[in-house]
Write a protein that binds this ligand. Sequence first.
Ligand code: GN1
Ligand code: MG
Length: 362
Amino acid sequence: MTLDEITKQFATAGSIGKIQPHGGGHINDSYHLVNNQENESDYLLQKINHYVFKDVDLLMNNISMVTYHITDHLKKDNQKDLNRRSLTIVPTTDGALYFKDPDGNYWRIFNFIKDHVVFEATSDPELAYEGARMFGSFTNMLSGINPSDLGDTIPKFHSIKWRFSNLKESIAEDAVDRVKLVRDEIRYVETSIGLMSKIQELGEKGSIPLRVTHNDTKINNVLFDRDHKGLCVIDLDTVMPGYVHYDFGDGIRTFTNTGEEDDEDLNNISMDLDLYRAFASGFLESTREILNKTEIETLVYAGLLFPYIMGVRFLTDYIAGDVYYKTKHKEHNLVRAKAQLKLAMDGESKLEKTQEIIKGLV
Ligand code: GN1
Ligand code: MG
């Protein structure tokens, strides 16, 4: 089916004209549907990556519950401009949350958030504060949902023990003969696994509660308006039960990195402490009231865990022959892995300083 035919399966208003590829996610394919009718809004069409998200029905039910809850919350809060402040699923003409085409591909449509800006990185503490405040407020708004009402869209997604055992398996298999190229990276991962398992162990002991978390709080998953005020948190595929550390951690990973996620020059990579303070301050601003003492005291470990877990995942995919992430070139996963592990190491060396920053904020 053509994109045009797929679009026609949905209950969009107005008349759809141009269909343009949109955004740079590593997982789904997205298209901007431009509305020819001026008073009607544009849309976002997405092909859901079914290799990554095995249970699309569960996934879309999660998103439906979450977007409904957020819109409701914003309405009660008398917020204006709701169509730019939350995602809304556009159902199919049959009223379903998604469409499965004859080739077995899954599609969905959301409202398009107009006049937004998005950042891949920032050196501006105010922007980091604002983005963090948005992610924190996302989790805060969802604290009214019982986490067990949501399913796991990717089981064990942020289980570092599981990710570590996947890495071990890929090493044992060495499918494309790359293990010999990554001995140093493997050594670092093995040395730090104890420290990095801390949060999972707190969860297993019941010292930190499950919440509804976003689980992909990268800087480019928050949309800003032209004045750089937060508009909307996007990419809800991994919204599921998790620990608050997951959202704090992935934010620290992407907002405070002075380099790129896939920076080839490791000298560019470090955890910037001013950005750290700004991010932590925005995040705590909107979550302080819901977090318990243990959560706050152990947040700092999340800033290490996330560069580390992403390093482990990119490394695993490199060793396995690039089967999970979209890559731009042959060594892309290796470059990403090195960059993320460098950031984890830098975070380890700044553990005391970052703990001080968090303490100073509470
Ligand atoms: C993937 O598709 P995207 O870019 O939003 C990944 C995240 C990683 C991220 C690394 C479902 O997210 O977990 O943090 O790449 N999503 C999934 O940039 O694996
Ligand atoms: Mg994502």
